[in-house]
Design a protein around this ligand. Structure first.
Ligand code: ADP
Length: 359
């Protein structure tokens, strides 16, 4: 019904337009012809000419209406249908749809611009959706392992007359698994709050060298147990304006990985230098290193390249590190070679660098 009404109204628009233009032209033509012939046309002559012209105008209007209808079908209705079909699928949750661009001769660039934007939006949305589903799958998977450990050892603890050392061993396994679960939940919550900008950085000025030393010292018992050599080269008076608590997360995670992935008798090196606007921290180890393929994914949530140490972490550490460094508007990079070792480099903006350079 709407279509019929639109076709009729289109016809009337073309009819009125054609009738108006043709009448004006004919009136001008007749008056010019009468002037040059030197005689006036008779009533009959004018009636015949008016009928023929009226017929022409009607045919012309019908022709224009049909042509306009065909033009609209190809240049407007088809692209609009393509777009609405795709967006309806997106509304139903299918973000894999992409709209084919319209051939250049069939439309102007406007529809293709809209199509390009919708395709980009679908790509972004499918990325977010994958992250969300991956995240849920990963969390569930990571929770299942410690829960299974707790269940198994809990069952074993129920065996009557259990020797004392077995009872202690099983209880320790349960405590370790529950600690792992609690650590993972703490990391997920921290990451979630960091990603949703619910943590507002408490910026303060402090000495970065001191903070790095404090963080490194927490691992004293580990490096003594594993007989790991420590080398430090820390520039003095490197003052940064940053959130000390958040940055300590970064150093703790990097040191913990360095000690975790370094074999007994290896070496961990810490250097702090300051040049221009940035303070540069390098944490190197002579551990197992990682391939370029692994290196490309280490900042992703739940990614664990080295599964032999999987029980000592949950793949969230470096995702947290990256998020904090981004919030601090710093930079982080990694260089690594399998069997040689790994170096993480973090750059943090420092304060008072002008003063220091002038000294
Ligand atoms: P996890 O806590 O499980 O170690 P991370 O996010 O801290 O998770 O690290 C992700 C992955 O990055 C690790 O599984 C490991 O493959 C790699 N990695 C991180 N630091 C090092 C390092 N110093 N040496 C070798 N590989 C590393």
């Amino acid at each position: 019904m709407k279509r019929v009404f639109s076709t009729i109204s289109n016809f009337f628009i073309f009819f009125l337009l054609a009738a108006f233009v043709t009448t004006c032209c004919i009136l001008l033509f007749i008056s010019a012809l009468q002037g040059s012939l030197g005689r006036a046309f008779t009533r009959e002559e004018i009636t015949v000419a008016a009928k023929i012209t009226m017929l022409n105008v009607i045919l012309l209007s019908i022709g224009m209406t049909v042509m306009n209808h065909i033009r609209r079908k190809f240049t407007v209705e088809r692209p609009v249908k393509r777009i609405t079909d795709a967006t309806s699928k997106m509304i139903e949750g299918d973000f894999s749809v992409r709209i084919e661009p319209i051939a250049k001769f069939a439309t102007d660039d406007s529809f293709n611009e809209i199509i390009e934007c919708i395709n980009k939006m679908a790509e972004e949305l499918s990325g977010v959706e994958t992250l969300r589903t991956d995240f849920i799958a990963n969390v569930s998977h990571e929770m299942k392992t410690p829960l299974a450990v707790m269940q198994n050892y809990g069952t074993l603890l129920q065996v009557p007359n259990l020797p004392e050392e077995k009872r202690i061993e099983y209880a320790k396994a349960i405590t370790d698994a529950s600690r792992r679960l609690a650590d993972m939940m703490t990391n997920i919550l921290k990451l979630n709050r960091l990603e949703n900008q619910q943590i507002y950085p408490q910026i303060e000025k402090y000495d970065l060298g001191e903070q790095l030393c404090e963080s490194l010292l927490q691992y004293e018992s580990t490096w003594e147990r594993k007989n790991i050599e420590i080398e430090t080269d820390i520039a003095e008076n490197v003052i940064v304006s940053a959130d000390a608590e958040l940055l300590s997360l970064v150093w703790n995670n990097l040191f913990s990985n360095a000690f975790k992935f370094t074999e007994d008798g290896g070496k961990v090196t810490l250097t702090l230098t300051a040049k221009g606007e940035y303070a540069t921290v390098k944490i190197s180890d002579t551990g197992c290193g990682m391939s370029a393929d692994i290196g490309a994914h280490i900042f992703e949530k739940f990614y664990q390249g080295d599964t032999s140490h999987a029980t000592q972490g949950n793949g969230l550490g470096l995702a947290l590190v990256k998020r904090v460094v981004d919030i601090m508007q710093g930079e982080i990079g990694v260089e690594s070679a399998v069997g040689v070792g790994t170096t993480f480099t973090v750059k943090i903006r420092r304060t008072e660098y002008g003063l220091e350079e002038a000294r």
